[in-house]
Ligand binder design. Structure first.
Ligand code: PEP
Ligand code: MN
Length: 264
């Protein structure tokens, strides 16, 4: 179901109000790693909207490496995301970690994000396959392209064909970057599959100075969109501050990737 030959045309996911994922226009999803407060999410939503993003990202259920790190605001965070949507008209994408939170996440979000850590959670994938809600499936941090596409297959063969893939880097031996951004996977997956592919240079690099250059490269190799972390005050962010763009740098990134996209 994921293969190009199955459909022989690109999947375009229509979120309504003219917001589409899968072209022809580049889709930008931007926002904080975590929803932290009303002020933070509303302020960030306005910033990313002004920069031209169509989708607001923000985690409410956070898959943190340490149990002592901020775990997210849960449903309260989802409500704040929905408020930000009301204020700005942006669509929203947020991560779903557990089967038990399917109903509450679906109640608020426009796109369900399945994180890298859950890419191989096959019981979760089967359940979201039964939903009528677009899904963005991140690549597992050690997943091959085949495993990633088979994970998408789990969602699709349960009935949900609105799947977006997101390359977020894979783990290698270097310590200078958080992950190694696999840019080659983007055109490769587009040859193999009709599904849209988004690039996440924030988790792909872990360093804000590298985010814009890698975003430019991802657009140049043909990504259908970019997911990027933006925070009004990265130094005080409750998660992923070091890889979050400040508002001004987000605007610069947008100008650069739009120029590249238009030249393709
Ligand atoms: C995120 O998008 O904040 C996130 C946790 O990403 P990943 O699942 O790619 O690590
Ligand atoms: Mn993050």
């Amino acid at each position: 179901l994921t293969s190009w030959n199955f459909k022989q045309q690109k999947t375009v996911i229509d979120l309504g109000d003219g917001v589409k994922v899968g072209g022809p226009e580049l889709t930008v999803m931007a926002g904080p790693c975590s929803v932290e407060s009303r002020e933070q999410i509303i302020e960030t939503a306005k910033i990313v909207k002004a920069g031209g993003a169509k989708i607001l990202r923000g985690g409410a259920f956070k898959p943190r490496t340490s149990p002592y790190s901020f775990q997210g605001l849960g449903e309260e965070g989802l409500k704040l995301m929905a408020e930000a949507r009301e204020e700005t008209g942006l669509k929203i994408v947020t991560e779903l970690m557990d089967i038990e939170h399917i109903d509450v996440v679906c109640k608020y979000t426009d796109i369900i994000q399945i994180g890298a850590r859950n890419m191989k959670n096959y019981s979760l994938l089967k359940e979201i396959g039964k939903l009528d809600k677009p899904v963005m499936l991140k690549r597992g941090m050690a997943a091959t392209i085949k495993e990633w596409l088979l994970a998408a297959e789990y969602v699709m063969n349960n009935g949900n064909h609105n799947v977006i893939l997101c390359e977020r880097g894979v783990r290698t031996f270097g310590e200078e970057t958080r992950n190694t951004m696999d840019l080659s996977s983007i055109p490769l997956v587009q040859q193999l599959s009709h599904l849209p592919v988004i690039a996440d240079p924030s988790h792909g690099t872990g360093r804000w100075e590298l985010v814009t250059p890698v975003a430019r490269a991802a657009v140049a190799v043909g990504a259908d969109g970019i997911m990027v972390e933006v925070h009004p005050d990265p130094q005080n962010a409750l998660s992923d501050g070091p890889q979050s763009l400040k508002p001004k740098n987000f605007q610069l990134m947008m100008d650069e990737i739009n120029a590249i996209s238009e030249s393709l």
